[in-house]
Every structure is written in C-alpha cells, then in structure tokens.
Design a protein around this ligand. Structure first.
Ligand code: ADP
Ligand code: MG
Length: 377
C-alpha cells in the first residue's frame, strides 16, 4: 500500500434533516418543536417546559445546534444528496473509501433519504446513477469493475439481502481487509435494475411492529459499492485502485425502553444500541484532536465491517434525521446530541493503491546498491 494525502479538507460532514410534520401527528395534537433557523442552525424547543413559568425564566427552552448543513420540510433528497454524497463519487473512483449513514429514530425519515420512493429516489439510486455516468466520462483511459452487495446486520448477525436464503454470514479479516464470507456481489450497469434489487432487498429487511411505529427497522441495511479501477497509461500491470462506498440505513436509534418493548424486542434494542454506541464511540475517538484515544472497532459487527471505511482511509457523511413533532422531542434531542458529538471527527484520508511493483522496485534498488558496495570492496 502506498500512502498519500488528498481527498479534500473535510473528512466528515454532519447534516441534519427534519422531515415534514405528518397529518397523523397533527391529528393527535403534536406541534412542531424542531425548526431550521438557517442553512446551518437548528433549534429544538422543549415542549415540556412552560414558557410562562417565571422560575424557569432564566433557563432557555430552546437549544441551538449547528451542523454543516440543515434541511427541513422544504428540502429535497436531491439537495441532501448534493451536500453529503455527490462529492464522494470522484473520490471512490480514484480509490478512496467513503461511508454515508442515515441516523435517527424509527419514523424520522432514514429510509426515505437512503432508498426513497419512485417519485423521489433516494441517495442509493442517485449515487449509483452518477457513479456510472462519471465512469463513462473517463472510460477511454480506465477500466472499471463495479460490484454491489446489500446486507443487513440484525441482532449482531449478518444476512445477505440479495440472497436471504443463504443464512447468516461471517465477517473475516485478511490481507485484503474486512470481508463478509459468501456475500453475493452483483455486477450491473443498469441503475433501474439496481433500484429493483434494492427495493426487493428492503422487503427482506427485518421489520417488526413496535409501539413506536407500525413498522420499525430493527436492522442496519448496508449497500456496499466497490469500484476497482486501472488506468491504462499511468498504472503498471500490478496496480489496482480500489474504492469502497458504504451507504447505510441504520436501525432506529430509539431506546428499547421508549418503545415499551419486552422480551425479544428488548434484546434487539440492546443489540441495536450496542452497534450505534460502538459507532458513536469510534467516531468520538477519531474526533479526538490529539489522536490519543483508542478506536475500538471490535465492539460491534457494524464497526468491524466499517473498520477500513471509517478510520484513516475514508470520508464520512452522517445524515441525522429527526421528526419535528413535539411528541418525538426526546428522540429528536438524543439524535441531535449524538450528531453534535460526531462533528469534530478528523480523519486522515489515505488512498488504497495496492502497488506490488513499488516494493519490487525498492528491493531492486537495494540489491543494486549492495552490488555496488561489493564492487568497491
Ligand atoms: P425511518 O426509515 O427513519 O424509520 P421513514 O423513511 O420510513 O423513516 O419515514 C417515515 C414516514 O415519513 C414515511 O411514511 C415517509 O414516507 C415519510 N417521510 C420521511 N421523510 C420524509 C420527507 N423528507 N418528505 C416527505 N415524507 C417523508
Ligand atoms: Mg426505515
């Protein structure tokens, strides 16, 4: 592997998307408690505090949060995509890793952003379609191999969403990095075909009714796109550039206790929180300015899978989602705090160039230096 900087100055982008208030929420008396103030600022009002309470007059009911960008009910998925993901495409094509994840409680709008609908396609579709057009432009000098896999992590177990009958899959680490053994890899250039596969895969996701929502996603859904590239002019026959892009629709971040769950649902909640806690801890350790904090990827399957795409080797975008409804205040506050904590992450971006000839050239020059030395003796 050869190192090298590059890839821009901001390795982590943290944005917040507030979805529209739903009719059902208005019908049960909820009002809007989360507002976008400007393109960077969001305000959350505590609905439990009485604005006329004189004893509380010195305490603000409002809490402000600053992000790289704030989106609200007026924003489109295209705008969210442009700010968080579009710029990662060129990076991935030239051999950098990147991760985009949707965070938030169930019902906050994660799947709407990542998978989308037929009328407003999500980030997964937009990324793949722009990735293919970007590759077309540089086609003459480069050869590409693009593969995609779609998997879920549910209760710390990995399932292939494109081949669910395959059962649970193992995570392995070898010289090539972290691998999911037996995971199917699809090669197709048709974005429409991919969208169909993603929709089918999403139906396979483990979704169970909870008190929090009619269908809650208890699993993390992960689209993994791998681009292998070779430049005909620049690269030697041994050089392969590999860029990996993870697009992740995380499980709902609500606490198990909030959803009045018992038994099986409680166990799930614990597993989901474990992954999200581990993810938060990794991000927090990476954000430590002295670089002295130990980054523990081993705490969950999710962080183990993302090991070479969350640390030194990648760019990351977090799209935190909240509902504006007063009834979801606690969840929204938890999400804002989690996203706020992630903001100061600083990664060193490194390129994945596996260049065997580089090592051979080094040894050849050492051998010739030694020969010269022998000659002088
Ligand atoms: P999550 O995946 O976080 O559980 P969903 O993406 O399923 O949440 O969103 C919950 C509901 O809100 C869905 O009916 C979805 O269509 C709707 N919704 C979410 N975000 C938006 C948005 N930005 N604009 C319009 N509707 C949205
Ligand atoms: Mg969802």
């Amino acid at each position: 592997m050869t190192g090298g900087g590059g890839g821009g100055e901001h390795p982590l982008t943290v944005v917040l998307r507030i979805r529209p208030l739903m009719n059902e929420e208005e019908l049960v008396g909820c009002h809007t408690c989360a507002h976008k103030v400007d393109n960077n600022m969001v305000v959350l009002m505590d609905p439990t505090e009485d604005p006329d309470d004189i004893l509380r007059a010195n305490r603000s009911r409002e809490k402000k949060y600053i992000f790289d960008h704030a989106f609200d009910y007026k924003s489109t998925t295209e705008e969210v995509y442009q700010v968080t993901t579009r710029h990662l495409i060129d990076n991935v094509i030239s051999g950098y890793n990147a991760t985009v994840f949707a965070y938030g409680a169930t019902g906050a709008g994660k799947t709407y952003t990542m998978l989308g609908t037929d009328t407003e396609p999500g980030i997964m579709y937009r990324t793949l379609s722009d990735l293919f057009s970007a590759m077309e432009k540089t086609r003459s000098d480069n050869t590409y191999k693009v593969t995609m896999s779609y998997l879920e992590i549910y209760n710390e177990m990995i399932r292939d969403l494109l081949a669910p009958a395959a059962g649970y899959l193992e995570l392995r680490e070898d010289a090539k990095g972290v691998q999911v053994a037996g995971l199917s890899e699809i090669m197709t250039k048709s974005t429409l075909e991919i969208m169909e596969l993603l929709k089918e895969g999403n139906k396979e996701r483990t979704q169970e009714p909870t008190a929090a929502n009619k269908t809650s996603s208890r699993s993390h859904a992960i689209l993994m796109i791998t681009v292998k590239q070779k430049n005909r002019i620049r690269d030697t026959k041994d050089t392969v550039r590999i860029g990996k892009l993870f697009l992740i629709d995380l499980a709902g971040s609500e606490r198990a206790s909030n959803t009045h769950n018992r038994g099986k649902r409680m166990v799930e909640g614990a597993h989901i929180n474990r992954s999200l806690l581990a993810l938060g801890n990794c991000i927090n350790a990476l954000s430590d300015k002295n670089g002295s904090k130990y980054v523990n990827y081993r705490d969950s399957k999710l962080t183990r899978l993302l090991k070479d795409s969350l640390g030194g080797n990648c760019k990351t975008a977090m799209i935190a989602h909240i509902s504006p409804a007063s009834g979801n205040f606690e969840e929204s506050r938890n999400t804002l705090v989690y996203a706020d904590r992630a903001k100061s992450i600083k990664n060193k971006v490194r390129k994945n160039v596996i260049d065997v000839s580089y090592h051979i050239a080094q040894y050849t020059s050492i051998i010739s230096e030694l020969r010269e030395e022998i000659g002088r003796l």
